[in-house]
Design a protein around this ligand. Structure first.
Ligand code: CO
Length: 197
């Protein structure tokens, strides 16, 4: 029931207030996060929690399987505001092993409804990297696909006019690919998956 959320909220706000009485008034004055995070909507990968960040420290966009579609107005609006409104200089694309959206893209045939349209770029990766990924039956192959999807999202963000313009202006914005292990609770920086001006 939603009342349960209200109860938990008051409990949380009470604790925060007891520890730091100025916390909410200070935070309400200014949003100044260092990071823009593009991650999966999976309930197990909340950006603030897994990155050890407080409210106010990360501006977040999440969708199924952290896919970047070049025409996604939701993501583009958030990206534009992050770079040009909030002056954020660190963009993180974070995937996670065991991603349900990535797993769905590994299955033969469709049948997931609208989400099949959404994850089509991941299916495209299974075709373009078919030799390396094989029939995607192993966990290793699916983990590799998770990483390839992060790289593709990093590149698609880097190729937006928003990033091109920032770099043309000499802004030191960087886009980094990361992956999260549900089993270990650890974040990893993907090698050679960063783009900067
Ligand atoms: Co996921």
């Amino acid at each position: 029931m939603p009342q349960e959320l209200i109860r938990r909220n008051r409990e949380w706000a009470g604790k925060v207030n007891a520890d730091a009485p100025a916390y909410f008034t200070e935070l309400s004055k200014l949003q100044k996060p260092d990071y823009f995070w593009v991650g999966c909507a999976d309930a197990r990968v909340p950006a603030n929690v897994i990155a050890g960040l407080q409210p106010g420290e990360v501006f977040v966009h999440r969708n199924v399987a952290n896919v970047v579609h070049s025409s996604d107005m939701n993501l583009l609006s958030a990206l534009d505001f992050a770079i040009n409104g909030l002056d954020i200089r660190k963009v993180i694309v974070c995937g996670h092993y065991g991603c349900g959206g990535v797993n769905a893209a590994c299955e033969h045939g469709h049948g997931h409804g609208l989400v099949d349209h959404w994850i089509e770029p991941i299916r495209a990766l299974t075709r373009s990297h078919g030799e390396e990924l094989g029939d995607l039956a192993t966990e290793e192959a699916r983990d590799r696909l998770v990483e390839l999807n992060v790289r593709a999202s990093v590149n698609r963000i880097a190729d937006t006019p928003i990033l091109k313009e920032a770099w043309a202006n000499g802004d030191s914005v960087a886009v980094h690919g990361m992956v999260y292990s549900l089993r270990k609770g650890h974040l990893y920086l993907l090698e050679n998956a960063s783009r900067s001006g």
